[in-house]
Design a protein around this ligand. Structure first.
Ligand SMILES: [Fe+2]
Length: 214
């Protein structure tokens, strides 16, 4: 709960009115886009956290619009809002969405200027006794060691209640270190090439993983 309260406080501090979308357009950000996909997690019975990252920002604060809909084509929008982001968070975005129906599937995306992110699918937690639940469980996602086709396969399954990642979501090793012997052959050379140790290193490595289409 502490973490959620913290996130909520942060989100509350940066949420602005819809009118901010137009007035908040920063100059020099002509090619804003969503290169690192979308994600959702930390579900409650009435909401969840949505995530994305804006690429191409030249600086300043940017208003990112989030949308939650009941359909994959995002026509029946049920909730929407604005979250501001800037270089402090590497232009990542977190929206704390509430007021939804328990045990329900929703679709979501983000928009900035004319760019729209891929559409994600997510679910709220059920309330009360549950007869069954279906999970996908993953671990040890090592980018230079192989492809992420398992993620693609999981994304295609629409009967999952949640995806649980047990850890090793990214690996910190550099080229020549653990499990990188096929990296060049696979076209998956680690970025940066050395072991990641700094915040900038971690952001770059995390971004490389997130840029994988799968
Ligand atoms: Fe592992």
């Amino acid at each position: 709960m502490l973490r959620r309260n913290f996130l909520q406080t942060i989100a509350g501090a940066v949420i602005a009115s819809l009118a901010g979308l137009r007035s908040g357009r920063a100059q020099g950000n002509e090619a804003l886009r969503f290169d690192h996909g979308v994600a959702s997690g930390d579900p409650l019975s009435d909401g969840f956290i949505l995530w994305t990252r804006v690429s191409g920002a030249a600086g300043g604060s940017l208003p990112v619009r989030w949308l939650v809909a009941s359909d994959a084509s995002m026509k029946q929008v049920l909730r929407h809002g604005i979250v501001w982001t800037d270089a402090w968070s590497d232009y990542t975005v977190k929206a704390d969405v509430r007021g939804l129906t328990p045990g329900s599937t929703y679709f979501y995306c983000f928009e900035i200027n004319e760019a729209r992110s891929p559409v994600g699918r997510t679910r709220t937690l059920p309330v009360g006794a549950v007869a069954a639940a279906r999970f996908a469980v993953v671990s040890c996602s090592n980018h230079p060691a192989g492809y992420f086709n398992v993620y693609r396969d999981i994304a295609r399954q629409d009967d999952l209640d949640a995806v649980v990642h047990l850890g090793d979501y990214i690996y910190e090793y550099g080229l020549g270190e653990y499990a990188t012997e096929y990296a060049e052959k696979l076209g998956r050379l680690p970025e940066p090439s050395g072991e990641v140790t700094t915040l900038a290193d971690y952001r770059r490595r995390h971004a490389q993983y997130k840029a994988d289409p799968d």
